[in-house]
Design a binder for this molecule. Sequence first.
Ligand code: KG4
Ligand code: ZN
Length: 362
Amino acid sequence: MRILGIETSCDETSAAVADGPRRVLSNLVHTQIAQHQPYGGVVPEVAARSHVERLPGLVEEAMRGAGAGWNSLDAVAVTSGPGLATSLLVGVAAAKALAIRLGRPLYAVHHLDGHLYSVFLDPAFPEKLRLANGLALLVSGGHTSLVQIRGGRRGGLLGATLDDAAGEALDKGAKLLGLGYPGGPAIEAAAAGGDPARYDFPRGLGPGTRQAPCGGLRRDLCFSFSGLKTALLYHLRDHPAGLDPARDLPHVAASYQEAVVDALIGRVRSAAEFVRPAFLACAGGVARNRRLRAKLGDFAAAAGLPLMLAPPEFCTDNAGMIAAAAAAGLGCVADPPGALEIHPTWPLPADDRREKGEARSE
Ligand code: KG4
Ligand code: ZN
């Protein structure tokens, strides 16, 4: 099954061709970082315009890179949500046009299913675990959740963030530290040589947030990052040397990054004790972070769990994961293709009853 994938949910324009669920032949990503950098975050209007300019060329380049002719395509797949409405519209409109023109089916893929599926794109993923029950940490700029993996696809939702996503916490922290956008890689670079134990930043839901609603999910599996950036704001007010690269900045950046990583690892530990998975997985933009990868490695080794990390090139937004996920059967057919709509706030689809009973607390 040869699929052309398109991803434009946020600020990366991407086109890819996959030959079946395990082989991504081409995966081209145009990142708009430079365009959004002056604003310190993604500006939807700027993102949408850039998608319009870049997508046609990227699609052609992805087809050329894969050595694929239009007639060799079996289907087109596109991220239809969640994401920025104006960004999603560009990719969905292009995918519809192509599917209609080629007379091929159009698959709508949930962005998080794409991220989740990216762990299976590691060529080292062991065959015997492909259908096993796993536990996945999905960490990106817009999402932070713990989900079960069952039979190679998403199972029940176990935990989610109550406010900011982990990537968002890094992006906001970097802004306060004057490190620019995107914050995750900037903080990771600034933290080099810093002492991660120098400052003690909060690790999520503390006693003061005991009453925070968790939407029926277990509290010990939910994340909260909004207090972290406030703690950084107060820290910098009281310790201005934190902004000085020659003095405290590496320590502040390392300590802040450590707080995010520890908050994630703590919930992964609780979830692993709860569902006893056969393997652990991590995907999404923040999964590129080397400190997170190393600490997940330490935890998995201590727990005796195989760890499957999405390959770095498939961590941040890309169409390769969308095309491959569709080839693996994780998309929904839009029938007719022209009827496909965008779903900017597409929640993780409801779990089945059995998973709900297992995953949710009273
Ligand atoms: O998955 P992604 O490309 O987009 C969303 O679906 O949100 O993730 C983008 C996020 C940003 O918040 C960015 O700061 C973070 O991933 N990120 C990182 C690293 N590279 C990207 N965070 C920590 N360390 C990194 N190396
Ligand atoms: Zn993403």
